[in-house]
Design a protein around this ligand. Structure first.
Ligand SMILES: C[S@@+](CC[C@H](N)C(=O)[O-])C[C@H]1O[C@@H](n2cnc3c(N)ncnc32)[C@H](O)[C@@H]1O
Length: 245
């Protein structure tokens, strides 16, 4: 399998490995052998028994997982935590919310485990599995107050666009899992993907855009280092925030 470095984003695998196959759907990622550092490995082993949610084809009781009701602590679902800096920063700054972070790659999961352990926060759990399946099988209808999808793999080649996460079927599933008034917040630094996001989200009748088109970056989403660098170089970043009617 060849690999492609996309500036400012994660490494995404090339085609061939992850067609529908056993998953029953086209995956938005490719599993690759990433190097896991000693620290990531150590924190992974120490923390995943405490904060890891194993995948199961059964509904997850989020209130029980976090030990508090959604009426008190809204539940936010994140697809693709990457190395976890943003996921950690948001959870640490918002102890009133509970966060379930989804990431498939072990180095990223290990890195987020380290941040959680060092920061001592208790409102974040990690599930290392395809978020599409976790949503479908584990998340009950109208249980989420928010969904974060920050800088999803852009799959820039036209023949790979089918791998992109933000497509009508996933958005329909997200809507079903959101409480009324719940939000979907996407961000991307790929203009063409931003346009796709805007078109797909706008076409979902159960959603309402919170802005005329792209939204100002909500304060809770910190600027990442690569984003700051990109902005200095004149590259764009597009946030989209839609609410369930
Ligand atoms: C480009 S990175 C962005 C990471 C992070 N959100 C950030 O802003 O730095 C996208 C991440 O999404 C993860 N990912 C893609 N599809 C996923 C899926 N279906 N379930 C869970 N994680 C997924 C990838 O493994 C990758 O780490």
């Amino acid at each position: 399998m060849s690999e492609q470095k996309i500036e400012g984003t994660c490494i995404a695998g090339e085609e061939g490995v992850y067609t529908a196959g056993r998953a029953g759907h086209i995956r938005s990622f490719v599993l690759r052998q990433g190097r896991v550092s000693n620290a990531q490995q150590r924190y992974y082993e120490d923390m995943m028994p405490k904060i890891g949610i194993p995948y199961a084809a059964a509904r997850l009781d989020l209130d029980a997982v976090f030990g508090r009701s959604s009426d008190i602590a809204p539940k936010i679902f994140e697809i693709g935590c990457g190395m976890g800096e943003t996921s950690y920063a948001i959870a640490a700054a918002n102890p009133q919310n509970d966060y379930l972070g989804l990431e498939v790659h072990t180095p990223g999961v290990g890195s987020l485990c380290k941040l959680v352990a060092e920061g001592g926060i208790t409102n974040l759990r990690i599930c290392q599995h395809d978020a599409v399946e976790v949503l479908r099988d584990m998340i009950g209808p109208e249980t989420l107050s928010g969904v974060h999808i920050f800088f999803p793999d852009p799959w820039p080649k036209a023949r790979h666009h089918k791998r992109r996460l933000i497509q009508p079927p996933l958005v329909a599933t997200l809507v079903a899992k959101l409480k009324p008034g719940g939000y979907i917040h996407c961000a991307t630094d790929w203009e063409n993907y931003a346009e796709q996001m805007l078109a797909v989200l706008s076409a979902e009748p159960a959603l309402q855009n919170t802005a005329a088109d792209y939204a100002p970056r909500p304060e809770y989403r910190p600027l990442t280092k690569f984003e700051q660098r990109g902005l200095r170089l004149g590259h764009g970043v597009w946030d989209l925030v839609f609410r369930k009617k």
